[in-house]
Design a protein around this ligand. Structure first.
Ligand code: HXC
Length: 508
């Protein structure tokens, strides 16, 4: 008996060493943790239960039959984050560069199946040289198996990807189909073809970091939702982030004790709107002062800053926040901001997370650049996402709600449940001056000024919309949190279903 146990222990110890001490040291020298060290930081202490520790590849080409490392380059299993179950996989770069073999893929698929069965999220820690070159098509098949699982899991359980090393070629498409991607600065990159191929094909000289590093993907492309400084920061951020997520589409949002009074009044919000309509203010302030303890987990803060998205809590329960940001491009809706918010709204809707929308939007951004790049189709994404969403939707118009953007931003017409406006709201087809210049073309400067004043008096307020029932109530800014909390209580058992369909056809 003791010999059997000793053998088990020695096999375990061998497997835990992955590709060996030399490669572990090399990993550390790059400032990276190993696959198992990462799981130690991500999961509650002692909660990790590994599966498939002894799985080995079955490749017999290129001398691979003599190179077998138990676990085959990916550590898989389950654990808890602040007590809540999660399935995980963590690619081990010390074993064949974390490359994906058929067996490696099978292990990933197994944790995804297990997560789907019990309805809990999957977190993947990616650090891989891509397809296991010695295995050829078997590896490609493995990738496709993972892709298929990603798609079937989408909207059923939350899927998170941390990119903590290379992620190149077709390998990028698994993370790309998960709900959120966090990248580590300087040590991770994602691209379909690397700098060398780029140079050969297009003659461009570019570094890995420039082509597909964390900064590139969290500013330009929006492939990544956050760029973190190092492994530890990324893993700790993931723990915080996880706390906002429901376990599956069958579960309600998590709830945690909250000491922030639900009816806390915030008098400073009464003066947050500047006297001039053209002056910006920081919508972060409105968001933070409304949410529990001022905590807002912002996503994509470096991309399309004219719209803000992220999670917070009201009375301890998760809400998704979408808000125009007057500090950037006056909060205008453009291609990038529409895409950014649309995907977030769809995530919230898929996972029963109420959506709070703060509106201060001068309209859609004009120009050939926007038109020729498809603002029609991309703007429609956000409109579509809000219109199809059946979760509780509460909207607060703080200032401008002009034109089509008024409709888009969770208006009453798109089944907004509670649509509030501050007294400073201006709900109109467009700004007063622009409107007057169109309807009174050719008028003198004085005439324009007079008519502009008339138009402002008539429309630069929330009461015309409120008189039609498009706004449920004009509220004191200081009471915003109280109103939202009460609204969410009322809407807790909201029941609304869209007509049966195989799936919709959102403008992609
Ligand atoms: C097998 C691999 C591997 C791979 C790395 N290794 N990538 N083994 N298949 N894809 C092994 C190396 O042989 C080496 O083994 C160890 O991992 C570490 O690799 P190094 O090159 O020493 O590390 P580093 O200098 O940090 O470079 C990392 C790297 C580089 C940039 C990822 O290894 C690399 O370019 N690898 C090939 C990447 C690639 O072309 N992959 C296929 C992409 S196509 P030893 O024994 O020396 O430690 C693809 C298609 C997917 O993925 C399609 C899906 C549909």
């Amino acid at each position: 008996m003791s010999a059997n146990i000793a053998e088990m222990e020695s096999r375990r110890a061998a497997a835990w060493l992955g590709g060996g001490q030399k490669r572990i040291d090399a990993q550390h020298a790059k400032g990276k943790l190993t696959a198992r060290e990462r799981l130690d930081v991500l999961l509650d202490a002692g909660s990790f239960e590994e599966m498939d520790l002894y799985v080995e590849h079955d490749c017999v080409d290129f001398g691979m039959q003599d190179q077998k490392i138990p676990g085959d380059g990916v550590v898989t299993g389950s654990g808890t984050i602040n007590g809540r179950l999660v399935y995980v996989f963590s690619q081990d770069f010390t074993v064949f560069g974390g490359s994906l073999s058929a067996r490696h893929a099978q292990k990933i698929c197994k944790v995804m199946d297990a997560a789907m069965k019990v309805g809990v999220p999957v977190i993947g820690l990616n650090d891989s040289g891509g397809a296991r070159i010695q295995e050829g098509v078997a590896s490609l098949g493995g990738y496709a198996d993972v892709f298929q699982k990603n798609v079937l899991a989408s909207g059923v359980v939350p899927q998170l990807s941390l990119i903590m090393g290379p992620c190149a070629g077709g390998a990028v498409y698994s993370p790309a189909m998960t709900d959120f991607i966090f990248m580590v600065k300087d040590s991770s990159y994602m691209f379909v073809t690397g700098p060398e191929v780029v140079k050969t094909v297009t003659n461009e000289v570019v570094t890995q970091e420039q082509l597909g590093g964390a900064i590139t993907h969290s500013t330009k492309t929006s492939v990544s939702d956050l760029a973190l400084e190092n492994d530890i920061e990324a893993l700790l951020a993931t723990r915080d982030f996880f706390d906002f997520l429901p376990s599956s589409n069958r579960d309600d949002v998590p709830e945690r004790p909250c000491s922030d009074p639900w009816d806390r009044l915030e008098p400073s919000l009464d003066t947050v709107i500047p006297p001039s309509a053209n002056q910006p203010y920081d919508m972060h302030e409105v968001i933070r002062k409304t949410l529990d303890e001022g905590e807002f987990f912002e996503l994509q803060p470096l991309h399309a800053g004219n719209i803000l998205i992220g999670f917070g809590r009201i009375e301890g329960r998760t809400v998704g926040v979408v808000a125009n940001q007057p500090m950037v491009l006056a909060g205008v809706l453009d291609i990038n901001s529409s895409k950014k918010a649309a995907r977030f709204v769809r995530f919230c809707d898929a996972f029963n997370i109420p959506i709070i929308t703060f509106v201060d939007v001068p309209g859609f951004l004009p120009g050939t650049d926007q038109e020729h790049n498809g603002i029609i189709k991309h703007g429609a994404k956000l409109l579509f996402a809000y219109a199809e969403a059946t979760v509780p939707k509460i909207t607060v118009i703080t200032r401008k709600a002009y034109g089509g953007a008024y409709d888009v931003m969770s208006s009453k017409h798109l089944r907004g449940d509670l649509n509030y406006a501050w007294p400073t709201a201006e709900i109109a087809v467009m700004g007063a001056k622009g409107a007057v210049e169109i309807i009174f073309r050719g008028l003198s400067t004085d005439g324009i000024a007079e008519k502009t004043k008339e138009y402002e008096d008539r429309f630069a307020n929330p009461f015309v919309a409120a008189s039609r029932g498009y706004i449920d109530e004009v509220i004191h800014p200081h009471a915003t949190r109280r109103r939202i909390a009460l609204g969410l209580r009322k809407l807790k058992n909201k029941s609304l279903e869209n007509p049966w369909k195989k799936h919709d056809n959102i403008p992609l």
